[in-house]
Design a protein around this ligand. Structure first.
Ligand code: GTP
Ligand code: PEQ
Length: 205
């Protein structure tokens, strides 16, 4: 099965712009991408990159400047099964991905917090994506509309996409590998308070 990883190469992670500089956002998004590529490889699949601009990674790469939905739908124009796994899932493990890849339904969705779709498998030739907003609900409905059976992968590790400052705490609590190491290197630390754990930057970053 093809496993395709969409990647915004140039202006990634704009919702983290109050915490990281543009150069840092590029570095951090690449570190998360490296976590995801490693987890896919360890799950026994060879990832492919679907990127808005060329980047130096040792994987088969498609460069497509079109918006996310258009670029992914071009990939889905096939009778063969395709998985789409987002690049901002640094907690993804081979086991969580195997759960997604091995589910038997025509369309398998791994929802993200906030209504998004963090990963999916499409085995039905007519299924198409429509990202942003509550794409999880839209994809569930879209799958049913084309007569596809739908499976849901209810996974904390695949459900945790890193979009906002508060999400960084999840990487520090649960993460290993490139993204965790990058946060440590720039001095991002957990702050414990009476409420939810948060993050702050120390001076050594
Ligand atoms: N190929 C491609 N990938 C994209 C595009 N936009 C986002 N992505 C990727 O899709 C996944 C989900 O991205 P989002 O969280 O919606 O967007 P983001 O650019 O990472 O972050 P924000 O700027 O904060 O929205 C990540 O893997 C992104 O790298 C795009 O236009 N083309
Ligand atoms: C791509 C988009 O990501 P989000 O904006 O939810 O992070 C979605 O999952 O529809």
């Amino acid at each position: 099965m093809r496993v395709v990883v969409p990647f915004a190469a140039e202006q990634p992670k704009t919702r983290l712009d109050d915490f990281f500089t543009p150069a840092e956002r590029r570095e951090f998004s690449r570190a998360m991408l490296d976590n995801v590529l490693a987890a896919i490889r360890e799950s026994g699949h060879e990832p492919e990159l679907l990127t808005t601009a060329p980047i130096e990674r040792d994987v088969p790469t498609i460069v497509d400047e079109r918006p996310l939905t258009t670029a992914v739908n071009a990939i889905l124009e096939t009778d063969s099964p395709v998985a789409i796994v987002m690049a901002d899932l640094p907690l993804a493990t081979p086991a969580a991905l195997a759960w997604l890849f091995d589910a038997p339904e025509d369309v398998v969705l791994a929802p993200g917090r906030g209504g998004g779709t963090n990963a999916l498998v499409a085995r039905h030739p007519d299924f198409r994506v429509d990202y942003h907003g509550t794409s999880y609900l839209d994809h569930r409905e879209g799958a049913r509309r084309v007569g596809a059976s739908v499976g849901i992968v209810d996974s904390f590790r695949l459900g945790t996409d890193i979009d906002e400052r508060a999400d960084l705490a999840e990487v520090l609590v649960h993460g290993e590998g490139a993204a965790r190491a990058w946060l440590d290197r720039v001095g991002v630390r957990l702050v414990r308070s009476d409420g939810r754990v948060g993050v702050e930057r120390t001076g050594n970053g």
